[in-house]
Design a binder for this molecule. Structure first.
Ligand code: SF4
Length: 368
């Protein structure tokens, strides 16, 4: 029996992705290598090839005896995804990828290059079960959770392209990561935590990113937010609030019927207390739905005095949807009122809007 308040998330039954190097801990990798008949110290060498040299051509690994390279590839580093569509915009500074996974499922990742950094936005699930009515991904439901390795692989694919200078702007590296592609990360908790560990573990175990460069978003799965606070990984937690009152939030973010605004905010403040990290509140600005001045005041009152920052996101409408972005004057007034409560706020840069837009829309368009 689940504990009171615990989540029951039912994932549709589907074949599991092949096990891959990035699914395993350091000890498990060593055991896999030994099982293959190779000395255990090879595990560190393989990890260095994979995460530091970003060399995914196992045939070129001189640390592997030639007659073992095929087995190493098939059993330890099977191909997890292939690119089926790549779209560039913002003069090549934004690259969206649609990936086909081993079972034909599509997910997407986005790489955004800024003057001083590269941010990647990745998916944690194929589809999403949270059913937010303004979101393209939510309309299709949840297909399945991604494995740890499938999540890590989206980042490494971007890192490889940057290292080879394939992205406009020259050779670079991934500095920031946001779990804001398809899916609700906290509904695929174990795979997401595994991926964060692989991505932050220093060489040779992992990719060696700073946890401070990683943002995990959630619609407010309260037990998981509290669990994340105990993990000892100082990622930024972004809460997709979208409304300050339960009446509206029940309709915009249906999980709110289970976890109310105040419970979600209490879990967010708990996270901030435990980690010292500032909470990011995501708020999609939807014309005449959640952008009224009184809602800005209510939001300001609920957030004031906490370690928090608000990101207002001009809504990128789903094709055929009745929802659209707020008027500029309403957005300005919303910002002004939040600031008057002493709450820091920015309006998010909406990269990639000219190519199918926000979360899930590119993969959805590819399917059609
Ligand atoms: S907005 Fe996020 S949580 Fe809601 S349905 Fe879309 S992907 Fe899922």
């Amino acid at each position: 029996m689940p504990a009171p308040g615990e989540l029951i998330m039912v994932e549709p039954k589907r074949p599991k992705p092949p096990k891959h190097w990035s699914d395993w801990t350091v000890e498990e990798r060593k055991a896999q290598v030994v099982e293959l008949g190779l000395p255990g110290f090879r595990a560190d060498q393989f990890s260095r090839q994979w995460y530091q040299r970003l060399n995914n051509d196992t045939n070129s690994w001189t640390d592997v005896p030639a007659d073992m390279r095929e087995a190493v590839k098939d059993l330890l580093f099977p191909e997890l995804m292939t690119s089926v569509r790549e779209l560039k915009c913002d003069n090549g500074a934004t690259v969206k990828q649609v990936w086909k996974l081993f079972d034909g499922v599509l997910v997407e990742s986005v790489l955004m290059r800024y003057t001083d950094r590269v941010t990647m936005c990745i998916s944690s699930q194929a589809g999403c079960g949270m059913n937010c009515p303004f979101c393209a991904t939510g309309q299709g439901g949840l297909t399945r959770n991604l494995s740890t390795a499938e999540i890590v692989e989206q980042v490494l694919a971007g890192a490889r392209s940057l290292a080879k200078g394939e992205i406009d702007g020259g050779i670079g590296r991934v500095n920031n990561l946001v779990f804001m592609g398809m899916g609700e990360p906290m509904a695929n908790y174990n795979s997401v935590i595994g991926a964060i560990r692989r991505l932050t573990e220093p060489a040779p175990a992992g990719f060696g990113m700073s946890a401070r460069g990683i943002t995990v978003s959630t619609v407010g799965l309260v037990p998981r937010m509290r669990q994340l606070a105990e993990e000892g990984i100082p990622v930024t937690l972004a809460v997709s609030l979208h409304a300050p009152d339960d009446e509206l939030r029940d309709t915009l973010v249906p999980i709110n019927t289970r976890f109310k605004v105040q419970e979600v905010l209490d879990a967010a403040w708990y996270y901030a207390d435990k980690t010292g990290r500032r909470i990011s509140i995501e708020y999609a600005m939807i014309k005449d739905i959640n952008d009224q001045a009184w809602r800005a005041d209510l939001l300001g009152e609920k957030l004031a005095g906490n370690l928090v920052h608000v990101n207002l996101i001009p809504l990128n409408p789903t094709p055929g949807s009745k929802w659209t972005a707020s008027r500029p004057e309403d957005e300005d007034e919303f910002v002004r009122r939040l600031k008057s409560h002493g709450v820091p706020v920015t309006v998010r840069d909406t990269r990639g809007r000219d190519i199918d837009g926000a979360c899930g829309q590119l993969a959805a368009a590819t399917k059609n």
